[in-house]
Design a protein around this ligand. Structure first.
Ligand code: HSE
Length: 331
C-alpha cells in the first residue's frame, strides 16, 4: 500500500494529441503532437468516492460516470492497484473533441494517471503507467485494446507497439526537422465503429506489401532518410476501407502531397487527416491546401501544425496545501 503526499491538494497534468497508424502501421506506430492536448486536474477531497466534478470543453460528449469515462476508468485502475482510497475529484479540460482520430480519449486517460502518480511522489515510471491508461482507452475502442495513442501521448516522440499483452513499447528515433499538419474536419466517427468496419482477414499479398512499408518506414526514421519515408507512407489495408467513409479524403490527401508533404493518411481512426512534412513551412502549406478541400465541401475544419512532441505527457502544476508550487515533470 502506497501513501499519498498529504501536502499536495491538486495536480494538473497535460497529455498531447497523437497521430497513430502513420499510414502503414495500423495499431503499431504513433507519434505525439505539441498541440492540441487535454488537461486533467485531480484534487483531493476529504471523503466520498471518486467523481468527475467538471468537464470543460466538449462537455456533452463524454460520460461523467467515473467507470465509463476514460480518465476516470484509468485513475480507478491505478488507485485500486496501488491500494489507495479513492477520495479524488477529477476535472477534465477537453481541448479536442472525441472521435477525431487524434487520441483524445487516450490523452485524458494518460493525463489522469500521470496526475495521480504525482500525488504519490511518482513511484511508477511513465512506461509503468501505461497499462492503467490502457484501461481507460479500452472504453472507446469497444473493448479492443490498442496501445498506440496511449504510448505516444505518455512517452512522446515516435513509438512502435511491439505487443499489447504484455505491453512492449519501443521508442523510435526520428529526424528532428519533421513537422506534421493535422486537419480535423468536423465530422464525428467513433473509434469503435471505425474498427468494426475493418476486414478481419487480409490477403497474404497485401500483408507482405504492408510489412515492407512498415519495415522501410522505421528504417527511414532511424536513418533520417526522408526519401525512404516518403516511399513507405502507404496503407493498402486500412485506408481503402476507412478512406471511403471520410468525405473529401482522397482530395485532401492529394492536396497535401502536391504541396510537398512526405506522406499523408488518416490520423488514427479518422476523420482527421495528417500530412508528415520535412519542415514547418511545408506543413503550413499542406495544411492550408487540405483545409481548402473541406472549405469547398462546406465542412468546417481545424488545422494544427506541430513538430513531433518529444516530451509526451507532463505535470503542469502541483498545488500544495500551504503554497503554490509550479513544477515541470522530470520524467
Ligand atoms: N490504431 C487505432 C485505430 C487508433 O486505427 O483504430 C484509434 O485512434
Amino acid at each position: 500500500m502506497r501513501s499519498l503526499n498529504e501536502h499536495i491538494r491538486e495536480v494538473r497534468a497535460f497529455a498531447p494529441a497523437s497521430v497513430t497508424n502513420v499510414s502503414c502501421g495500423f495499431d503499431v506506430l504513433g507519434f505525439a503532437l505539441n498541440r492540441p492536448g487535454d488537461e486533467v486536474v485531480v484534487r483531493r477531497k476529504k471523503q466520498g468516492p471518486m467523481c468527475i466534478s467538471r468537464v470543460v470543453g466538449d462537455a456533452n460528449s463524454i460520460p461523467t460516470e467515473v467507470e465509463r469515462n476514460t480518465s476516470g476508468a484509468a485513475i480507478l485502475a491505478f488507485v485500486k492497484t496501488m491500494g489507495l482510497d479513492d477520495h479524488f475529484e477529477i476535472e477534465i479540460h477537453k481541448k479536442m473533441a472525441i472521435g477525431t482520430g487524434l487520441g483524445s480519449s487516450a490523452a485524458s486517460a494518460v493525463a489522469g494517471v500521470l496526475a495521480v502518480n504525482q500525488f504519490l511522489e511518482r513511484p511508477l515510471s511513465k512506461s509503468e503507467l501505461l497499462p492503467f491508461a490502457l484501461e481507460g482507452e479500452k472504453i472507446t475502442s469497444g473493448g479492443d485494446v490498442h496501445a498506440d495513442n496511449v504510448a505516444a501521448a505518455l512517452l512522446g516522440g515516435f513509438i512502435a507497439v511491439r505487443s499489447v499483452q504484455p505491453v512492449d513499447i519501443i521508442p523510435l528515433h526520428y529526424p528532428s526537422q519533421l513537422a506534421c499538419t493535422v486537419v480535423h474536419p468536423h465530422i464525428e466517427l467513433p473509434t469503435a465503429e471505425m474498427r468494426r468496419i475493418l476486414r478481419e482477414q487480409i490477403s497474404l499479398h497485401d500483408a507482405v506489401r504492408q510489412w515492407g512499408n512498415i519495415a522501410a518506414f522505421v528504417a527511414g526514421l532511424q536513418n533520417e532518410d526522408l526519401e525512404v519515408m516518403r516511399r513507405s507512407l502507404n496503407d493498402v489495408i486500412i485506408e481503402p476501407v476507412r478512406g471511403k467513409v471520410i468525405p473529401g479524403y482522397e482530395q485532401a490527401k492529394e492536396a497535401a502531397l502536391k504541396n510537398g508533404a512526405l506522406g499523408s493518411g488518416i490520423s488514427g481512426s479518422g476523420p482527421s487527416i495528417f500530412a508528415l512534412c520535412d519542415s514547418q513551412e511545408v506543413a503550413q502549406q499542406a495544411g492550408q491546401a487540405m483545409q481548402r478541400v473541406f472549405d469547398e465541401l462546406q465542412i468546417q475544419s481545424d488545422v494544427y501544425v506541430s513538430q513531433v512532441n518529444a516530451r509526451g505527457a507532463e505535470i503542469l502544476e502541483v498545488k500544495r496545501k500551504d503554497e503554490r508550487l509550479k513544477m515541470k515533470d522530470e520524467r
